[in-house]
Write a protein that binds this ligand. Structure first.
Ligand SMILES: Cc1cc2nc3c(=O)[nH]c(=O)nc-3n(C[C@H](O)[C@H](O)[C@H](O)COP(=O)(O)OP(=O)(O)OC[C@H]3O[C@@H](n4cnc5c(N)ncnc54)[C@H](O)[C@@H]3O)c2cc1C
Length: 469
C-alpha cells in the first residue's frame, strides 16, 4: 500500500526528545522490531522511532507536531492484539502507552474508576475486587493486555455473556485528537442523552480517531460466589446446540466457553501434558460453564438445571470444580487454548460472531469449508456470545494453497456468518488483517459513512494509517 508520510529525521528526534526526555525515545533495533508486530503472525514492518510519553500534554504536543509534519503515528498498548491494529505499516512514530500505568481513582461512592490506558487489565480487576467491586471485562489475555487497548479494540472476554463487553463499562474518555487538541467524549454518568455518543465512537476505533489518555469506568458489586463445570460432548454440533438451550431454560451463565477437541488437546500439551480432566477418545468438544451470584443455593440449583439441559444433548460425565484451585485450573486450561493453538507458527484467527442459536450451523460450516479447501481450523471461543474463534493453522499447507485456497475458504465462512445475521469481528477489531473482508458485511455507503467519520477526526490521515479501511 503506497503511503506518503515523512520519514522521521534527526531534527524530529530532537523535538521528541525535548518533549518526553532523551531516555524515553528509542530507535534501538530491538525496540523497533518489538514495536513492529503484535500477536498476529504478520511480520516485516517497523516504525522509525518509538516514544514513551508519560503525560497527556506530551501526547498533545507530539500529535500536533506529527500532524503539521505529515508523520504517521501508531498508538500501541501491550501489543497483544489479534488484528494487526498496533502494527505500524506506514513506519513513522509509535507512541507506546506503557508509562500511562496508573489507576488514578477508585470512587467507591459512585462505583466508578478513573484509569490510565497502560494499566494491565487483570491488575485493575484485582485492585477493585479488593474493595468489593467488579470490573468484569476479562479478555483471555487479561494478564498482559492494557485497558486502553481493550477500549480501542472494543474487547470482550468470557464474562461478556452476562455482564457485557468493555464498551458497556466505559462512561467517558479523555482523548488527544490528531491535531493535538484534548477533548472529553462524555460524562461520568450512567445515562447520557446529550447528542451523539462520542465515547462509544472511540470504543473500538483502533487508534484511528485519537489517542485515549484517560478512561472513566463503571464498576458493579462483586458477586460473592461462583460455580464452574466442564461438560464433554460427543459431537461438536450438540455442544453448540446446548449453548442456546441453557439460556432458553432461563439461566444466564457468567461464562460459557466452547473448546473443540483439538483446542483442548493443544492446551493440555501447552501446559506440559498435565490436564485437570481426562479427555476421552469419544469427546469432540467441551463447554466450560460458570454461574455466579450472591446465593450459593441458587447457584447449585442453576447448575442442576444446566445439567438437565445438557443431558438432552448427549453430554458425557460433567466435572464440577468444587475448590478455588480446581476452578483456577480449568480457567487456566481455557486461557491457554489461544497461545497453545498459535504456538506452531503461522496462523490466521478469525473472530466470527453470530446470534448464539446459529452457532451449530456455523461450526458445521467451518468444518466442511476447512475440508473443502484442505486446511486445519481449530475452533474455540465465547460460545454464550455466539463468538467463535476460528484458528486456521498453516502447518503443512503449501505456500501456494495458503495464498490461494485458504482465502477462498475464509471468504465463504464470512459470507455464511453474514447470512446467519453475524459479523466478521466480535471483539478483536479489523486492524490490518481483517479489513479486506469489510465489504462482505457493509455496503459501499455504509463504508463511506465510516470513512467520513475518520476524515472528520483525522483529516490528514496520520493516525494508524492502513487500518480498518
Ligand atoms: C492469548 C490471547 C488471548 C486473547 N483473548 C482475548 C479475549 O478473550 N477477548 C478479546 O477481546 N481479545 C482477546 N485477545 C486480543 C487482545 O488481547 C485484545 O484485542 C486487547 O484488547 C488488545 O490490547 P493491547 O493493550 O494489547 O492493545 P494493542 O494490541 O497494543 O493495540 C490494539 C489496538 O488498539 C489501539 N490502541 C491501543 N492503545 C490505545 C490508546 N490508548 N488509544 C487509542 N488507541 C489505542 C492500537 O493502535 C491498536 O489498533 C487475546 C489475545 C491473546 C494474545
Amino acid at each position: 500500500m503506497p503511503f506518503h508520510f515523512k520519514k522521521i529525521n534527526d531534527a524530529d528526534v530532537d523535538f521528541f526528545q525535548k518533549i518526553v526526555g532523551h531516555q524515553h525515545v528509542s530507535d534501538a533495533e530491538t525496540t523497533l522490531l518489538d514495536h513492529g508486530r503484535d500477536r498476529t503472525s504478520v511480520v516485516g514492518y517497523q516504525p522509525d522511532l518509538v516514544v514513551f510519553p508519560r503525560k497527556t500534554a506530551e501526547i498533545s504536543q507530539i500529535l500536533a507536531f506529527c500532524n503539521q509534519n505529515n508523520i504517521a503515528v501508531t498508538v500501541r498498548g501491550a501489543g497483544t492484539g489479534l488484528a494487526g491494529g498496533a502494527i505500524p505499516v506506514a513506519g513513522g512514530l509509535v507512541i507506546s502507552m506503557r508509562r500511562f500505568d496508573q489507576i488514578l481513582d477508585i470512587d467507591k461512592r459512585n462505583s466508578q474508576a478513573t484509569v490510565e490506558p497502560g494499566v494491565i487489565t487483570e491488575f485493575f480487576q484485582n485492585e477493585v475486587k479488593s474493595l468489593g467491586l467488579f470490573y468484569p471485562p476479562d479478555p483471555a489475555s487479561r494478564g498482559s493486555c492494557f485497558i486502553g487497548g481493550n477500549v480501542a479494540t472494543g474487547a470482550g472476554g468470557p464474562k461478556a455473556v452476562k455482564y457485557g463487553v468493555v464498551r458497556d463499562f466505559v462512561l467517558d474518555l479523555e482523548v488527544v485528537l490528531a491535531n493535538g487538541e484534548i477533548i472529553r467524549t462524555g460524562a461520568r454518568t450512567l445515562k447520557n442523552a446529550t447528542s451523539y455518543n462520542l465515547t462509544q465512537l472511540f470504543v473500538g476505533s483502533e487508534g484511528t480517531l485519537g489517542v485515549v489518555t484517560k478512561i472513566f469506568l463503571k464498576l458493579i458489586p462483586h458477586p460473592t460466589f461462583n460455580l464452574l463445570m466442564l461438560a464433554p460432548f460427543r459431537s461438536v454440533e450438540r455442544a453448540c446446540a446446548a449453548v442456546s438451550a441453557i439460556f432458553r431454560a432461563g439461566i444466564t451463565p457468567s461464562g460459557l466457553e466452547f473448546m473443540e477437541r483439538a483446542a483442548i488437546l493443544r492446551a493440555v500439551e501447552y501446559l506440559g501434558g498435565t490436564s485437570p480432566v481426562e479427555i476421552l477418545p469419544e469427546t469432540e468438544a467441551h463447554l466450560l460453564i460458570e454461574v455466579d451470584g450472591n446465593y450459593l443455593e441458587t447457584l447449585h440449583q442453576d447448575c442442576e438445571k444446566i445439567a438437565e439441559v445438557l443431558e438432552k444433548f448427549d453430554v458425557g460425565d460433567v466435572l464440577f470444580a468444587d475448590s478455588e484451585a480446581s476452578k483456577n485450573e480449568l480457567w487456566r486450561l481455557r486461557r491457554s487454548v489461544g497461545p497453545a493453538v498459535k504456538k506452531g507458527g503461522i496462523f490466521i484467527e478469525e473472530d466470527t460472531v453470530v446470534p448464539r442459536g446459529e452457532l451449530p450451523i456455523l461450526v458445521d460450516f467451518v468444518q466442511k469449508t476447512a475440508k473443502k479447501y484442505g486446511f486445519i481450523a481449530v475452533c474455540f471461543g465465547h460460545a454464550g456470545d455466539g463468538n467463535l474463534h476460528v484458528n486456521i493453522l498453516k502447518e503443512q499447507i503449501s505456500d501456494e494453497n495458503w495464498a490461494t485456497e485458504v482465502p477462498k475458504g475464509i471468504r465463504e465462512i464470512f459470507e455464511k456468518v453474514k447470512e446467519l445475521g453475524g459479523t466478521i469481528s466480535g471483539e478483536h477489531g479489523l486492524g490490518l488483517v481483517q479489513k479486506q473482508w469489510l465489504p462482505i458485511v457493509f455496503s459501499a455507503t455504509e463504508i463511506a459513512l465510516r470513512q467520513a467519520i475518520k476524515t472528520a477526526f483525522d483529516p490528514n490521515g496520520i493516525l494508524n494509517p492502513g487500518k480498518i479501511f
